[in-house]
Design a protein around this ligand. Structure first.
Ligand SMILES: *Cc1c(COP(=O)(O)O)cnc(C)c1O
Length: 365
């Protein structure tokens, strides 16, 4: 049996007709940037999230950068964020000239350890940028309390968490702003790059609309120094088709996760809180013999990946911040022991069972 880590063709095969029709209609209109597809998608995605406003941008990274800029965060400011995440979370902080201040991970949920946030707050701190890692909500309610107490902004990195929920409230609607990515492999993926910011604040919304479009509200009149970062019409048309299926796809991911959780006998898995609903962007497990397990699985046709092999504080590009091995022991241990199993809605029950069997056979050897 051959089980790739991700197979987007399986999804495309199911929606091919609708996708071709949607792209074709953009081609026939010959209107490619900031048009009706983008507007409709923004409205539909806002409805999906239960947020007032959505602004489509070029990528999840840009969604984070523009969120920070919309809040006026820049040089001299500090932003608190987990060290175990995809690098883009922190790159955005650096891009606006602010300094990332890292926090270790919780050993069970793998999310930012909320108990360690307050000790990092000082006069320079402007915001907390938590991540809903692997599609599971972080402790966002506690983070909002801390932020209110210290008058800090919260930007949720929801780039892996389209449709994840805390007590039925969708993540991305807790903070001042939230960033989403529509990179093809995400739960809601475009056929190219794409991203969005959501917010309930009208002023922040109108600032973002200007920033993403050269800093103009009226064409050729530039009140601020903006950028070019828009979600184009073809990607918006694709996303509108896929958004209709997102709940259904997330539900299938959830079922696969329950199979893994029931079946895996020897591996510790990511803990999801009782009122939390993960959208299972990734399904990660701990293994003490990760690299030999990965080769064993690979010999049996099962592809796995590591998210992420190096925590951000130990990345070469952040050497300048002066962190060293041992500074965030939980994140470092997770970086050395987590592996991601195949997880996508189209993964058949037979394949999930096969993966579980291989995992259990190997780990008990
Ligand atoms: C994917 C991702 C991003 C960046 O999104 P892009 O669209 O690739 O720029 C940011 N943060 C996290 C946690 C991500 O997984």
């Amino acid at each position: 049996m051959k089980i790739p880590f991700l197979d987007l063709l399986l999804q495309y095969n199911q929606i091919q007709g609708e996708i071709k029709e949607a792209i074709n209609s953009v081609l026939e209109n010959q209107y490619f940037v900031l048009g009706s597809e983008g507007n409709s998608f923004e409205e539909e995605f806002a409805n999906f999230l239960g947020a007032k406003f959505v602004v489509g941008v070029n990528s999840g990274t840009d969604a984070l950068i523009l969120s920070l800029r919309a809040l006026g965060i820049g040089k001299g400011d500090e932003v608190i964020t987990p060290t175990l995440s995809f690098i883009a979370t922190t790159l955005a902080i650096s891009e606006v000239g602010a300094t990332p201040v890292f926090v270790d991970s919780d050993p069970n949920t793998y999310e930012i350890d909320v108990n360690q946030i307050e000790s990092k707050i000082n006069k320079k701190t402007k915001a907390i940028l938590p991540v809903h890692l692997y599609g599971s909500p972080c402790c966002i309610e506690r983070i909002m309390e801390i932020a209110r107490k210290h008058k800090l902004y919260v930007i949720e990195d929801a780039c892996q968490a389209h449709g994840a929920k805390v007590n039925k409230q969708t993540v991305g609607t807790f903070g001042d702003l939230a960033a989403f990515s529509f990179y093809p492999g995400k739960n809601l993926g475009a056929y190219g790059d794409g991203g969005a910011v959501c917010t309930n604040d009208k002023e922040i919304y109108s600032k973002l609309v200007s920033l993403r479009n050269y800093g103009q509200k009226v064409k050729y009149y530039h009140d601020e120094i903006g950028v070019n970062s828009r979600l184009d019409e073809i990607q918006a048309a694709v996303l509108r088709v896929k958004l209709k299926y997102l709940d259904q796809w997330n539900d299938l991911r959830w079922r696969i996760a329950q199979e893994y959780l029931k079946g895996l006998k020897n591996n510790k898995c990511q803990e999801v809180g009782p009122n939390y609903k993960s959208c299972y962007h990734l399904f990660v497990v701990e293994s003490k013999k990760r690299s030999s397990l990965m080769s064993f699985l690979s010999q049996n046709g099962i592809d796995t990946l590591i998210h992420y092999p190096v925590p951000i504080h130990l990345q070469k590009c952040y050497k300048i911040l002066g962190y060293k091995i041992g500074d965030f022991p939980v994140a470092e241990k997770l970086a050395n022991s987590l592996l991601s199993l195949p997880m996508y809605p189209e993964l058949s029950n037979e394949k999930v069972k096969w993966i579980i069997k291989q995992m259990n056979d190997y780990e008990t050897e």
